[in-house]
Every structure is written in structure tokens, then in C-alpha cells.
Design a protein around this ligand. Structure first.
Ligand code: NAP
Length: 400
């Protein structure tokens, strides 16, 4: 664990002096002789926002209370500290530009690398079931791991690493593979103690005609309930869901690229009770590309949500081996984007619209082409607009 000693807290730079840092603290007690003017939880972690100029003072206070600082993250000057266990030791305000909610989230609450490859968390598989219906192509499994006894927590849109057991052909332990998390921060059991993945078993023929199976995906897809799994992470800040409840969230997915969007949609439509501070009232639009109807992962739940929330969730499939485009081509995610180009482009010009892409790399260039043409029609340069969206945390791409 990193040790945080005192830091030099004076500088000639007023901007630096105004900066704030979020202290993540464990083992602190509220009893005794402290005069803290902010609430602190007695068990688990506490978060304290501290101005740069008071860092030493706060470190000393925390030490006095028997607490341990396990992480220090810089936060924005105007960032309102919110959320569970968060407290502020300062009422400082300045006139710098306020951050978007997605940026705040990135800087304030995103957990990363709680477990690293040298010291992974060993969880247990508690669920492993098939997601492809009879007649569909290949094997895709929904897996859930128990995280009890550890400190692994994560946000929707992040990934975890899995280290498969055994060694590679050079006799070295296998390297970790990253998988997008498919569950919300509360986990499928809603107890904040599980994480779920959606994994396709990689199977292909090499140049010699030999059948090859993916090392990690085969290990995961074949896991028995109760088996151990070495987990690292979480990692990733690219695919986070904004806090704004009235945002428009456009999700473009192929196959197992649905994983982060399952987490988003579950948070929006299935866990309202768990999240009093996040009651989604915007629009979520999922365009989902799969080869066959039988390959529609989480089909029943997706369709149920679309039926229950017709004003807030729109579900569009692109079933490549069953549906055809108007000109007789294969129906891909990008074909749907081009079909709804005008409507989508009108949406993405709005400041609260976020676009997410997850899955196959091949979908990105044709989608860029469509948006370039739509932008041109309106006298806009798409490249500039996309860069601006990226700056505003409204353009999110994670494709392989
Ligand atoms: P799958 O079930 O085989 O479905 C993939 C769909 O995409 C099929 O309908 C396929 O159509 C279509 N497709 C093929 N080429 C395409 C192209 N150039 N543009 C758009 N669509 C295309 O999917 P999968 O096996 O789960 O694969 C999903 C991919 O996403 C994998 O490569 C995986 O590594 C990646 N992935 C990335 C992330 C991430 O970045 N975080 C997370 C999860 C998965 P046809 O086969 O009929 O041509």
C-alpha cells in the first residue's frame, strides 16, 4: 500500500494553492478528541476533500484519529463533493470553469487498479450460464464472481482483468485479459459484492487448419460454480455513464460489446430503488448488432425494458445474417446509424447527448463516414465536432 507522508503545502503559485484533493481514508474513528467539522463514517472508507494549503494539517488530523490514507486524487476546484461518504473540509470556491458531471465523476469517484497483477483478488465464480439460444452462433456466457472479503468495487463502463491459470508456450504465467464489466456497481445480487462479465468463447481455425480456442475465454466459459478466479482492476475511464439524469445516451454495440450497456441499462431501469441519487429520465437508444436472433444477448430483459419504458428506451437490432439493408447489403450497426442518420445527428448536437461505441472496430469508420456527411449537410466539420464532443466527455469509443 502506498504511504502518504506530509507534503510541502506552500507554493508561489496561487492556482496550485487553490487546488483540492480527495483523500480516501480507512480505519478512522469519530470518537475522542477530534473537532472535525464534517461527518466521517466509522467503518469502511471515508472521503475528505482537502485544499492544497491544508493537506499537512489534514494528514496530521487523520493520523491522530488512527486513520490511514489509502489514496489521494486531485479534484476540481468547483467540484461539489457528493455521494456516499463524501465530505468536505473546505467551503472554498473560485471562479474557474465548472466541470461537467462526467468529468467530476472521473476525477472524484472512479476507482482504478485496486488489485494489480502481482496481487490479484481471488474471487469465486457463483454463476455461469449460456446467453446464446439454441440455433445461434457460438458460445457466450454470463459469469458472476463473488467479491466478498475484498475491496474490489467499480463503476458502470469499467473493465476488470482476468488472469487465466497456467503458463504460456514460453513457460511464463499467462498475462491478464481485460473484459468489460456487464453489471452495475451494485452487482447482479444488488449487494455490492459481485461483478459480472459477458464472455464469448473464442474459437477459430489457424492457417494450418487447426482448431484454436482462446485461453482465457475458454477458461472463463468452462468455469464451474465455486471455482477460483484471479481478478485485477478495475480499469477504464472511457466508458463512464454521466450522472445527468436527463441525458440522451446513444449506445452502439456489436456482440459482447453489449456488456457496458447492460450495466448502463440495468442502472437506468432496474435499480431505481438502489440509486435515489440517480433516477434516469432521459433517453437511452441501443443499436445492437448480432448475427442471428438467437444471438441477441439479454434479449428478454432488453425487450421488457423497452416495453416498460417506451418513452425512455429505444431498442434497435441489426441482425446481420437475417436482415438486409435497402440496397441488399448486410444489416450492421452502421447500417442502422445511416438509416437514422438525420435523427441521430440532430440528437448528438444537443449538449446532453453522449455517444458510446463498444465492440468490433469495423463499425467505427462507416459511422464516421455517416456523421461526416450529416455534418457537412449542416455546414459543420465532423472532425472538429467529434473532438469537441470528446473534450466535453460526450464521445466514448472502446472497440477491438
Ligand atoms: P458476435 O456475436 O459475433 O456479433 C458481432 C456482430 O457484428 C455480427 O452481427 C457481425 O456480423 C457484425 N460485424 C462483423 N463485422 C462487422 C463490421 N465490420 N462492422 C460492424 N459489424 C460487424 O460478436 P462477438 O463475437 O461478441 O464480438 C464482438 C467484438 O467486440 C469482439 O471482437 C470483442 O473482442 C469486442 N469487444 C470489445 C469490447 C471492448 O472494447 N470493451 C468489449 C466486448 C467485446 P457477421 O458476422 O454476420 O458479419
Amino acid at each position: 500500500m502506498r504511504k502518504f507522508n506530509t507534503v510541502k503545502t506552500f507554493s508561489n503559485n496561487p492556482a496550485l494553492d487553490e487546488r483540492r484533493f480527495l483523500f480516501e481514508v480507512v480505519g478512522i474513528s469519530n470518537q475522542g478528541s477530534n473537532n472535525l467539522d464534517y461527518p466521517i463514517r466509522q467503518s469502511g472508507r471515508s472521503f475528505i476533500a482537502v485544499p492544497y494549503s491544508r493537506m499537512n494539517q489534514e494528514m496530521n488530523r487523520i493520523n491522530r484519529l488512527g486513520g490511514k490514507i489509502i489514496n489521494i486524487t486531485p479534484i476540481g476546484i468547483n467540484t461539489p463533493i457528493q455521494g456516499q461518504g463524501l465530505s468536505s473540509s473546505s467551503n472554498q470556491t473560485t471562479n474557474t470553469k465548472p466541470m461537467t458531471q462526467a468529468q467530476e465523476k472521473k476525477e472524484v469517484k472512479v476507482p482504478v487498479n485496486i488489485y494489480r497483477p502481482k496481487n490479484p483478488f481471488v474471487g469465486k465464480c457463483i454463476e455461469n450460464y449460456e446467453l446464446v439460444a439454441e440455433g445461434g452462433s457460438g458460445t457466450v456466457r454470463h459469469l458472476t464472481f463473488d467479491l466478498s472479503g475484498g475491496d474490489l468495487h467499480y463503476l458502470e463502463g469499467q473493465s476488470i482483468g482476468i488472469i487465466p491459470p497456467g503458463e504460456d508456450e514460453r513457460g511464463k504465467p499467462h498475462k491478464l485479459r481485460l473484459y468489460s464489466i456487464a453489471s452495475t456497481r451494485h452487482g447482479d445480487k444488488l449487494d455490492d459484492k459481485t461483478v459480472s462479465l459477458c464472455v464469448r468463447k473464442l474459437e477459430y481455425e489457424n492457417e494450418k487448419g487447426e482448431a484454436i480456442e482462446g485461453v482465457c475465454s475458454s477458461f472463463l466459459c468452462g468455469l464451474e460454480e465455486g471455482a477460483d478466479v484471479s481478478i485485477t482492476g478495475p480499469v477504464g475511464k472511457e466508458m463512464l455513464l454521466p450522472d445527468e439524469e436527463d441525458a440522451t445516451i446513444v449506445m452502439l454495440a456489436t456482440g459482447t460489446g453489449i456488456a457496458p450497456f447492460r450495466a448502463f441499462l440495468w442502472r437506468m431501469f432496474k435499480e431505481q430503488e438502489q440509486n435515489p441519487d440517480y433516477q434516469f429520465k432521459g433517453l437511452a437508444w441501443l443499436v445492437f448488432g448480432i448475427p442471428y436472433t438467437e444471438n441477441i444477448l439479454y434479449k428478454e430483459e432488453l425487450e421488457k425494458m423497452a416495453k416498460e419504458y417506451p418513452d425512455h428506451f429505444r431498442l434497435t437490432y441489426a441482425i446481420s445474417r437475417e436482415q438486409k439493408t435497402a440496397d441488399g447489403g448486410k444489416m450492421y450497426v452502421q447500417s442502422r446509424v445511416s438509416e437514422y442518420a438525420d435523427e441521430l445527428f440532430e440528437l448528438i448536437q444537443k449538449p446532453k447527448t453522449h455517444v458510446y461505441m463498444c465492440g468490433l472496430k469495423g463499425m467505427e469508420p462507416p459511422i464516421t463516414e455517416t456523421f461526416t456527411a450529416e455534418a457537412e449537410k449542416r455546414g459543420i466539420n465532423w472532425d472538429d465536432m467529434r473532438k469537441q464532443m470528446k473534450k466535453e466527455d460526450r464521445w466514448h469509443v472502446e472497440v477491438y
